[in-house]
Design a protein around this ligand. Structure first.
Ligand code: ZN
Ligand code: MN
Length: 461
């Protein structure tokens, strides 16, 4: 028989165990609480209420992303995903569309790498309770932070899907500790996609929604795997997506409404929340928090062109490492940047706020690297940049001043020939006298160390 290959992708919603909800300060613990008591105008979707993003939830998502080998883009933003449902009072869910907090990454399952597409953050909806002909709504859960982890369709069997989920549960619960990750309490909810191909033709793509136990995921996928293979002769000619449900009591799957396409949600950027800039986060120390092995980090820095010893020094100081990485985005002589950072040519202690000036600092380091300015001038320029000046606005001044000092020194030596001769005859304390003259002439603007250097050079010591 033809060789049929199974392709499975998963989307996992992980409820974060933050104290408060995603965009308001309501208590995030809704389990066993009286309906509609942990609510406020924001999570009830009242007109005019304004969401404020939960920083803890964002940091935890990034932390999870770092643990799962994701890339953390510089900018992330929230979007509105529109749909109507009685448990969604706003008429839209705040989610993330094209700029999530984490992209790429992978999870190792056995000896296989299952790639991830992305991890984004969104809010949960409320809950509908149906009983005896009436439906009730409980909005305690509305606004709960959900981290959605989306895998690539890299999974090859229902068993591997189960193993992937168990691994992920262990990571979010025990390693990064961002969720209780209890399947029974609904902290982990899984949607699965499955299709089969013979290499040319493809079965329909089945989406299984809201599977709330690992066993159900495996069972539902196994049922679909068999069903789709049996349908092989009748596979569709065009791409076809369907949604199916799983009845755990009868252990069967059944057809549901067809899947909406992304466009139906009319995503647009959430105007009430500013985009998030990840450079405001100390990624290196987050990595350290979660014990991303120092070896791996050092290896990466060596891969950026650093010597092992420099990589080790940077890896042991989160601020310096962050700063190094930031500057290296703007200028590509990594070994030089490392040297400047490690030997602190700045002359001041680097702080988080220095990250904001990194592109300006990069320009100064580049000029230093090409020999346009020396080490002393470099540190003076750093200081001015830190005080809010732009490199281009100050650099010319320094380049001219440097030339001027030479001229001033020459002039002074010429006008004080007697002292020069005394100096050369051995009266070295006259150096201070010359320095004083130069400083007076330059009205104190010259760097004394620089003046010393030029004087010694011209006096021919
Ligand atoms: Zn609220
Ligand atoms: Mn979602």
């Amino acid at each position: 028989m033809t060789n049929l290959k199974t392709t499975i992708g998963l989307e996992i919603h992980v409820q974060l165990k933050t104290k408060s909800k995603m965009f308001c300060r309501c208590d995030n613990e809704a389990f066993g609480v009286k309906p509609n008591t942990t609510v406020c105008p924001i999570c009830l979707g009242m007109p005019g209420s304004l969401p404020v993003a939960n920083e803890q939830a964002i940091l935890w998502t990034i932390k999870t992303g770092l643990t799962l080998n994701c890339e953390i883009p510089k900018i992330a933003k929230f979007d509105r995903k529109h749909y109507f449902y009685p448990d969604l009072p706003k008429g839209y869910q705040i989610s993330q569309y094209d700029e999530p907090f984490c992209v790429g990454g992978y999870v190792e399952v056995g000896d296989r790498k299952i790639n991830l597409t992305r991890i984004h953050l969104e809010e949960d909806a409320g809950k509908l309770i149906h009983r005896e002909g009436i439906s009730l709504v409980d909005l305690n859960r509305a606004g709960t932070p959900l981290m959605e982890i989306v895998s690539e369709p890299d999974i090859v069997s229902p068993e591997e899907a189960g193993a992937f989920l168990r691994k992920l549960q262990k990571i979010v619960r025990d390693e990064v500790s961002v969720s209780e990750a209890s399947m029974e309490k609904g902290h982990l909810r899984c949607d699965a996609n499955i299709s089969i191909t013979d290499g040319e033709k493809m079965s329909e793509i089945v989406e299984l929604k809201n599977l709330n136990s690992f066993r159900f995921v495996e069972k539902a996928l196994a049922i679909e795997e068999v069903r789709l293979k049996e349908e092989y002769p009748a596979w569709p000619l065009k791409l076809k997506k369907v949604t199916r449900g799983y009845d755990s009591k009868k252990n069967i799957t059944f057809a549901q409404r067809t899947k909406e396409e992304a466009a139906d949600y009319r995503y647009f950027p959430e105007p009430d929340l500013p985009p998030f800039d990840s450079s405001s986060v100390n990624l290196a120390s987050l990595k350290k928090d979660i014990g991303i092995s120092e070896d791996k980090n050092i290896e990466e820095l060596v891969g950026m062109g650093l010597s092992t010893s420099n990589a080790k020094i940077l890896a042991s100081s989160p601020t310096k490492e962050d700063f190094f990485r930031k500057i290296s985005e703007n200028f590509d002589n990594n070994e030089l940047i490392a040297k400047v950072v490690i030997h602190n040519y700045f002359g001041f202690e680097l702080e988080k706020k220095d990250l904001d000036y990194s592109s300006e600092y990069a320009k100064a380091i580049e000029a230093f690297g090409s020999g346009k300015i020396n080490k002393n001038i470099l540190s003076q320029i750093f200081l001015e940049i830190r005080n809010g000046k732009k490199y281009l606005d100050i650099a010319n001044g320094y380049l001219e001043a440097d030339l001027n000092i030479s001229e001033v020194v020459e002039g002074i030596l010429k006008n004080n020939a007697k002292e020069v001769n005394l100096y050369k005859a051995g009266k070295q304390q006259l150096l201070g006298f010359f320095v004083g003259l130069v400083m007076r002439e330059t009205k104190g603007a010259a760097n004394p160390a620089e003046v010393n250097r030029i004087l010694l050079e011209k006096l021919g010591r």
